[in-house]
Design a protein around this ligand. Structure first.
Ligand code: HH2
Length: 263
């Protein structure tokens, strides 16, 4: 999944694609680099980010989705927590809703079910504005798996097809470095306990900065290491900014993993 942020303030690529033309160009580039899905977002959810009014979020994402749907073959995803934004985005050509609040908006599941869309349910503790203020868990893996399984049940009850529900542990969303590492080391368990395909987003994130001492622009190798471990742990998809580079990492790691499963 390639990241296309149409925001002024995203933590690693904010401001790069604010004009529709630039965003469409970047989307085409991600498709050409081998993205299987392009995730278009109009609201930064980095730690400390303020909420964007829904009209502004729509103004950012709708023209980009409309234009991209006409020029790329890969499915488009909308990264939103709002059911109304998801509904309009699905009308504009998106086929996937990437919901970092795992159905925080009570109408979200209904909207996805009505459109026959795939939904990604991501775990977040708190809200972006305050989620990194001393997050605590007794058993981070068990609690994240439990919340995701609960959201999966709600999505099913509201009519989303079981095969159209993905889950994501939400690396960096209300988690310390130790929590992030524990979750990344427990992907096989998360997959079993939620019974859903797993998407993981590690790209350029601050836990990589904590481990390597590198700024955002120099985290591609750290990202590659984390992506490799995600694939080895059974992730079904990874959400990344550096699609060309990570596509190679995924291909190599996936081939080794499949070979191990055969022998
Ligand atoms: N991470 C970010 C945004 N959306 N969605 C899923 N499913 N999983 C993630 O890990 C995830 C996500 C944060 O990254 P980015 O979009 O680059 O930054 P920002 O939130 O500042 O726009």
């Amino acid at each position: 999944m390639g990241v296309l942020n149409v925001t002024p303030d995203s933590f690693s690529d904010g401001g790069a694609c604010l004009e529709v033309e630039a965003a469409v160009r970047r989307g085409r580039e991600l498709a050409a680099q081998g993205a299987d899905v392009i995730d278009v977002g109009g609201e930064s959810t980095r730690p400390g980010a303020a909420e964007v009014p829904p009209e502004e979020e729509l103004r950012r994402v709708l023209p980009v989705l409309e234009r991209l749907a006409a020029v790329v073959d890969v499915p488009l995803s909308v990264d939103t927590r709002r059911a109304e934004v998801a509904r309009r985005a699905l009308e504009a050509g998106a086929r996937v809703v990437n919901d970092v609040s795992a159905l925080g908006d009570p109408r979200m599941a209904q909207v996805c079910a009505a459109a026959g869309a795939t939904v990604v349910l991501m775990h977040m503790r708190g809200r972006p504005a305050d989620m990194q203020a001393d997050p605590r868990y007794d058993d981070v893996v068990g609690e994240v798996a439990g919340l995701l399984a609960g959201a999966r049940e709600r999505a099913r009850r509201e009519g989303v097809a079981p095969g159209s529900i993905w889950v994501d542990p939400g690396i960096g969303f209300g988690k310390t470095l130790a929590h992030n590492l524990a979750l990344l080391a427990a992907l096989p368990r998360l997959r079993v306990e939620t019974g859903c395909p797993l998407l993981v987003g590690v790209s350029r994130k601050s836990f990589l900065g904590a481990l390597t001492g590198r700024p955002v622009a120099e985290r591609v190798h750290g990202t590659a290491g984390a992506v490799a471990m995600c694939v080895a742990g059974g992730a079904d998809a990874v959400r990344v900014h550096d699609v060309a580079e990570m596509r190679d990492v995924v291909k190599v790691c996936d081939a080794i993993r499949r070979s191990a499963n055969r022998n």
